[in-house]
Write a protein that binds this ligand. Structure first.
Ligand SMILES: *Cc1c(COP(=O)(O)O)cnc(C)c1O
Length: 309
């Protein structure tokens, strides 16, 4: 299976700010968002080996799960369209018409959207629920919510392949923890994760589980314990925004010509800037920030909020 996405030529953009120069900090954005316009950033990394596995096992249908703003849903639909899989998205909550940009994109890429109540969605991993889906849609290759499993972690270990400089710290935004699990598994540097959800502290168990699944399945030893979750920059929770965050994303784009998303990368950059300015822990360091993409979701946010970035 050949993938023609741009995954091996990711630029490392230097981000210049006066406060960084004053503290002798080198800050770089790893532009994973440029992998593909619809299958962006970490969502491609997480899908890659799952698509390969699905093809090798002879599946032509992929089923997965997500909320209404899920970049994973949008990416799976686009990947299915591009690589010849039928796709089914199990969406949490009621259908709201007109569809937001994320779900419209998924539908335009041929994904069948099935809405389930929040109660049903919570039971999505129970065998009886999966059986009922098989009855409805036939046999499928199932990818978990957010795309995170051992194969996804393997894909995310490749994120660091494009870093060609020495660095002290690498940062990424976190949802389900698959991306940071891959980064932790592939570097011996300090790793900082910025959960986009409230209560992100609970994510460390999931991250440990994903690392150990990956480690067992691929027989690799993971020794990096130097990682930390920064849980103070969720802005009220997943898909919640505040005016200071909107202002920050706007300014960042004007100043650096790099567009951030509202759910993940905007919050991470905001948080990192805040920490850099208010502590000295990063002085004289080189920091890599992974831009995991997610820009397709901005349209829906801008419509909902009545703004343009
Ligand atoms: C999904 C997503 C994340 C979170 O990735 P996880 O592997 O679920 O932790 C981060 N950034 C962006 C842009 C995303 O779309």
């Amino acid at each position: 299976m050949k993938f023609d996405v741009n995954e091996n030529n990711i630029p490392l953009d230097k981000i210049d700010e006066d406060f960084l120069t004053q503290k002798s900090i080198n800050l770089y954005a790893l532009r994973e968002d440029l992998i593909h316009s619809e299958i962006s950033g970490n969502k491609w990394r997480k899908l890659k080996y799952n698509l390969q596995e699905a093809k090798e096992k002879g599946f032509n249908e992929i089923l997965t799960f997500g909320g209404t703003y899920s970049n994973h849903i949008a990416a799976t639909a686009a990947a299915g369209n591009k690589f010849g899989f039928k796709t089914i998205g199990i969406i949490r909550g009621d259908e709201i018409l007109p569809l937001n940009g994320t779900l419209q994109l998924a539908q335009d890429n041929g994904m069948i959207l099935k809405y389930v109540s929040r109660e049903q969605y919570r039971r999505k991993d129970e065998p009886s629920f999966v059986k009922s889906l098989e009855k409805e849609f036939g046999s499928f290759y199932m990818i978990p919510e957010g795309g995170s499993n051992a194969l996804a972690v393997k894909g995310c270990t490749e994120i660091i392949n494009n870093i060609n400089i020495d660095y002290d710290t690498i940062c990424c935004a976190c949802g389900t923890g698959g991306t940071i699990a891959g980064i932790i598994s592939s570097t011996d540097k300090q790793v900082l994760g910025f959960p986009a959800l409230k209560g992100g502290e609970f994510l460390s168990d999931d991250i440990e589980d994903l690392i150990s699944d990956y480690s067992m399945q691929f027989n690799v030893q993971i020794t990096n314990n130097n990682y930390q979750l920064i849980c103070d920059y969720h802005f009220g929770g997943y898909a919640k925004v505040q005016s200071n965050l909107i202002g920050f994303i706007h300014e960042f784009k004007e100043k650096h010509n790099v567009l951030l998303d509202f759910i993940y990368t905007g919050k991470m950059f905001f948080g990192l800037y805040d920490m850099i300015q208010n502590t000295n822990q990063f002085d004289n360091k080189t920091i890599i920030v992974v831009h995991t993409g997610g820009i397709q979701g901005n349209k829906g946010f801008e419509e909902r909020l009545g703004i343009t970035i």
